[in-house]
Ligand binder design. Structure first.
Ligand code: ANZ
Ligand code: ZN
Length: 866
């Protein structure tokens, strides 16, 4: 019999596609290029539904573009360095390399049954020396450009294991994952990339990314965090030094009631008076052990201490106390703030805590009303009193501010900056929240930083010809003591490449975000042993025309990739500004979870009766809702199980049909079955007709009415599916169109016609990007020998879409009495004439009088008779 057997045909065609090299990248330069790729996976060893969704989306696009006549690059790789491999080594004694490569093999074998049209010749794995050699080379490019530098910075320190921990190895109580010790902060000299040099361009070029979701661009803009304000200098009483502050609100400068330094600020020591010293030092110590998050958490009380020192407000000559406080960060702005409690929420809390004066200098324009506000005399006697239980943080009208009183906040900002410039104690300043990128990791399973520290020459780059600096194999993974690389004397001690003095290798490895910031540049030339990539090849393929991945990478990965692209462009290696033309952030795959609301524990679906979900242990009724699939919630659905039951084509169709790609998708078994049934219907429509196809396919002739109708359905489907694939990737509505076409074929009154043959052929072609295996099988059953994937995408015949006849309904007194086929081109008058002369009208109207005629063009004519 000829039933649809997905398991058989899918395996058959996957094998065939590999044998014939169907998905090798097309090298015909006459064709326009299209580069489609998903964010490459971390080889955890376990392919989940989120992966399946991600790669299916990219695959549909790649297949569609191929049929549209593009040469398509659709590669895959592995983001293969990182902590889980090293944790596995510490926990179970498996070498990270072995663990990682096993997982890659396993995930490749899990990907195969999906039938993705990937060119595996471009595969990269970031942990392989022929890849990380070039990551190291790029590091040296950054160094040469002055974009890599060393600086002291805090790390998480486990005092029991005497080791540095990654953030992921510290739990939310601040304890080590392994020893349970309370994690401390320790300063280490570490490597940074100077991404701040590119802050302005990274912000401005967001405008070029017309194919990106607005919300991702907004997240990036907020992360870069550009603000404009002023740099102002406050002299210190009795000292030469001045305290420079950064403020976005120079208009509030008359409201300053204290100046506050970050505890780490170099002036802290200087301004602290003798009697305050012990207390200040204790406080500085306390703060040093807090993370930035703890320090800035909004709900936390703002803590500080007076140094005893005093500063002078350069605008009114007033002396104000100098404090230090935890909420002032050393790394932002100048690490010092002018405290304006009346107009800043944090300062307000702080002032209340420590009884510092709160002076309002901005008035709410609505509250000011009729009051006369004009510049006060220089002695400042006219003071407007404001009482409030909270800070007024909006712009408004400046009060109590000498010559600036009466101005709007906006003009006061300007005037105050100009005044400060004039007097030489300040200027306008632009500030970014973005910080330089700390790339050092004190770990083993990452790209070694290719640097040698020489006592005579300092920092010496490893010469290009000595790259890669390979990761040594025999390493101690106890998880205790210095990082594994630092413990290897043989590896660490080397002669300086410059002067041969005994020197030491850098033992830090790079943040894995570096590996993933350039892999998409390597795909076009993945096997190049001489260069990082051939610029001509990479420039040809780049930018990526369609990038697909999770919203969790909206900020860091995408920002770092954009940064790398710009730096390598400035090094003369690339000729474009942005790496990803269009970005699709796919939604999550969710499925039903059952949760006990009392214990907050999840119960696996297998343990309950879905019609009445109760906790099998306690008998309590369970909450039932959709959540992202995950092990801990027992709601994961294994791709291999769905594929073995229904086939990859059904899995793909379900995922594409159930929700638009950016939206979350709720897993529903009945909908999976629905797609399986649809593919079965297509199978029947095509296989039933296949024997007649060859003799009818090439015929032509004048079309009958049913043939015209069918042809219109066929070309409407082409039009709609194509538009859905070209525009916003509305795969779900595209599949609805395929269903309509399949129904039109089933219902057609011309099953022996060449138009029907055309319909069958088009249906199979249109189905190809979505369900490639069944489409390939059916294509061959129609008698073709080449792959359907190599066929050109069908184009719309506009003539077929024209409706040349319509069915006109004739009503008498609102009641349908008959219908009529008439030309679609008739106007109102024409329609009425036809209707009047029709057989039906004559019969029903007879000699009655026509009182009124209502014509609805394209639809009906109604005679009101009496
Ligand atoms: C005085 C003032 C008055 C401020 C007022 C705000 C409102 P953005 O750039 O938008 O984040 N600030 C400056 N440096 C800081 C640091 N290192 N740590 C903590 N806070 C810092 O905000 C800049 C504002 O944040 C600056 O403007 C400063 O407080 C504070 F009514 O100065 B403002
Ligand atoms: Zn040297």
């Amino acid at each position: 019999d000829s039933r649809y057997r997905p398991a058989e045909i899918e395996a058959k065609w996957q094998k065939k596609w590999v044998e014939t090299g169907l998905h090798k990248t097309d090298t015909d330069l006459n064709k326009p290029k299209f580069y489609a790729t998903s964010m490459f996976p971390y080889p955890s060893g376990n392919l989940h539904m989120g992966h399946v969704r991600n790669y299916t989306i990219t695959d549909v696009i790649a297949r569609f573009k191929r049929m549209q006549g593009y040469r398509v690059l659709h590669p895959m790789g592995w983001d293969a360095f990182g902590l889980p491999a090293e944790n596995a080594a510490i926990d179970r004694g498996v070498h990270p390399s072995k663990w990682t490569y096993q997982n890659i093999v396993q995930m490749r074998s899990q990907l195969e049954p999906l039938g993705l049209s990937i060119d595996w010749d471009c595969e990269v794995a970031t942990c392989s020396p022929d890849y990380y050699k070039w990551t190291q080379w790029i590091f040296l490019q950054f160094l040469e450009a002055g974009l890599a530098y060393q600086k002291e910075s805090a790390v998480n320190w486990d005092p029991i294991d005497q080791t540095v921990l990654a953030n992921e190895q510290v739990d939310n109580q601040g304890r080590s994952w392994r020893s349970g010790a309370q994690v401390e902060r320790k300063l280490l000299r570490q490597w940074f990339f100077k991404i701040t040099d590119y802050a302005e361009e990274l912000l401005n070029d967001l405008d070029k990314l017309t194919g990106w979701p607005e919300r991702v661009k907004l997240m990036q803009a907020n992360w870069i965090g550009k603000s404009t304000g002023a740099y102002l200098e406050f002299p210190i009483v009795g000292m030469e030094e001045k305290i420079g502050v950064y403020t976005t609100r120079p208009d509030t400068v008359y409201g300053v009631s204290y100046v506050v330094l970050a505890p780490e600020h170099p002036l802290t020591e200087k301004v602290t008076t003798q009697e305050r010293r012990p207390a200040v030092e204790t406080f500085v110590q306390e703060v040093a052990n807090q993370s930035e998050l703890e320090r800035t958490a909004e709900d936390k009380p703002k803590k500080g201490i007076a140094t005893g020192g005093k500063a002078i407000n350069p605008f009114n000559g007033e002396e104000v106390p100098i404090w230090i406080a935890d909420y002032v960060l050393y790394e932002y702005g100048t690490g010092a703030v002018m405290g304006v409690p009346a107009h800043d929420a944090r300062d307000f809390k702080f002032a209340n805590n420590y009884d510092l004066p709160i002076e309002f200098v901005i008035a709410d324009p609505k509250a000011v009303g009729e009051q006369d506000i004009s510049p006060s005399a220089d002695d400042g006697e006219q003071v407007i009193q404001v009482e409030s239980t909270e800070a007024y943080t909006e712009a408004g009208i400046v009060i109590n501010s000498g010559q600036f009183t009466g101005m709007s906040s906006e003009s006061a900002k300007q005037a105050i900056i100009e005044y400060a410039e004039d007097k030489g104690f300040g200027k306008a300043r632009v500030q970014y929240r973005l910080r330089d990128w700390l790339i050092s990791r004190q770990r083993y399973w990452g790209t070694p930083i290719p640097i040698i520290h020489c006592p005579d020459c300092g920092v010496v780059p490893v010469p290009d010809e000595d790259l890669p600096v390979q990761l040594p194999e025999n390493v101690d993974f106890s998880g205790r003591g210095p990082s594994p690389l630092a413990k290897l004397e043989d590896w660490v001690n080397v002669p300086c490449p410059n002067c041969s003095t005994p020197a030491k290798r850098e033992t830090d490895t790079m943040d894995t975000f570096i590996d993933s910031s350039w892999y998409f540049l390597r795909y076009p030339d993945a096997k190049n042993e001489q260069k990082v990539f051939d610029s001509a090849k990479t420039n040809d393929w780049m930018p990526v025309d369609q990038y697909v991945g999770g919203i969790e990478h909206a900020i860091l990965h995408l920002l770092y990739s954009r940064f790398f692209t710009k730096v390598l462009r400035d090094r003369g290696l690339l000729n474009f500004d942005e790496p990803f033309q269009r970005l699709l952030t796919q939604g999550m795959v969710q499925s039903l979870t059952y949760k006990n609301p009392v214990t907050n524990k999840y119960v696996p679906a297998s343990k309950i009766d879905p019609s009445e979900p109760k906790d099998p242990d306690t008998g309590e009724s369970l909450q039932v809702f959709y959540e992202k699939m995950s092990k801990s919630k027992y709601n994961g659905i294994k791709p291999e199980e769905v594929i073995s039951k229904y086939g990859a084509d059904t899995a793909r169709m379900f995922i594409l049909f159930k929700a638009p790609p950016e939206k979350d998708l709720e897993w529903e078994d009945t909908d999976v079955e629905g797609q399986f049934r649809f593919l079965n219907r297509v199978w029947r429509v095509v296989t039933d007709f296949a024997p007649k196809y060859p003799s009818l396919a090439s015929k032509q002739g004048k079309l009958t009415k049913p043939e015209k109708d069918l042809r219109r359905a066929i070309h409407t489907a082409i039009k709609e599916v194509t538009e859905d694939l070209v525009g916003d990737y509305q795969f779900n509505t595209a599949i609805s169109e395929l269903m309509k076409l399949s129904n039109a074929l089933s219902d057609a009154g011309c099953k022996d016609s060449f138009v029907y043959a055309e319909g069958v052929r088009i249906l199979v072609k249109l189905l190809t990007p979505f369900a490639p295996h069944i489409a390939e099988e059916l294509w061959h059953q129609l008698g073709y020998t080449a792959s359907v994937g190599d066929q050109s995408w069908p184009t719309v015949d506009p003539k077929a879409l024209v409706v040349d006849e319509i069915t006109l309904v004739i009503q008498i007194n609102g009641k349908k009495r008959g219908e009529l086929q008439v030309s679609a081109q008739l106007d109102k008058a024409g329609l009425e004439k036809y209707a009047r002369e029709s057989e039906v009208a004559r019969r029903y109207i007879e000699d009655k009088q026509i009182k009124k005629v209502i014509v609805v063009p394209g639809k009906l004519v109604n005679f009101v008779v009496g």
